[in-house]
Design a binder for this molecule. Structure first.
Ligand code: ADP
Length: 165
């Protein structure tokens, strides 16, 4: 059984991510999505449990997708889930340099290789950080994220707004 591991912070998970999961599900018998704490992104919008719960709901129609949330090195997750490959999405050439470096480090540490899936052009401008900014100032993000995420973002920023008012 071939297992693909798709890691990211997914804060929030958007339609570009979803496309990668759908395409990976055609390449692997099982896709494990690892929701990771990113130490460089200090204050997350959604905590790991919230992100995991939303991902479970969003991916349930796809089948053979499992979600784990972890605060450890990716190579440890790859070993624990028996990953045959790590899957990463590529939006633009600017992603390539860091992704290549990470892929080589992960391969060196674990022997697990990385498969890059290029995003389709309709999603290449999507980035979690940008979506957070749009939602934070009341913009409509429903074209960019699954419905459950859009609803939760509205809820989250409504509470933040109340707290700041
Ligand atoms: P990280 O926290 O690792 O930077 P993200 O949560 O932003 O990760 O993204 C996780 C994965 O999804 C990465 O492989 C990233 O390249 C990919 N990705 C991000 N945005 C898009 C997009 N618009 N289309 C396709 N893949 C994307």
């Amino acid at each position: 059984m071939k297992v693909g591991l798709f890691p990211g912070s997914f804060d929030p998970f958007h339609n570009g991510h979803l496309e990668i999961v759908e395409r990976a599900s055609h390449l692997f018998d099982e896709v494990v999505i690892a929701v990771l704490r990113n130490p460089q992104k200090s204050s997350p919008l959604f905590n790991l449990d919230e992100r995991k719960a939303m991902l479970e709901e969003i991916t349930s129609p796809i089948g053979d997708v499992r979600i784990v949330s972890v605060s450890t090195l990716l190579v440890n997750v790859a070993r624990d889930v028996g990953a045959d490959a790590i899957v990463r999405g590529l939006r633009a050439i600017s992603d390539f340099e860091t992704e290549m470096q990470m892929a080589q480090m992960n391969h060196h540490l674990s022997g697990v290789g990385t498969i890059f899936i290029p995003t389709s052009s309709k999603y290449s401008f999507l980035a979690s950080r940008l979506i957070r900014e749009v939602a934070q100032y009341g913009g409509d993000v429903s074209d960019f994220v699954p419905k459950v995420v859009a609803d939760r973002m509205v809820e989250k920023f409504r509470h933040t707004g109340e707290a700041e008012a």
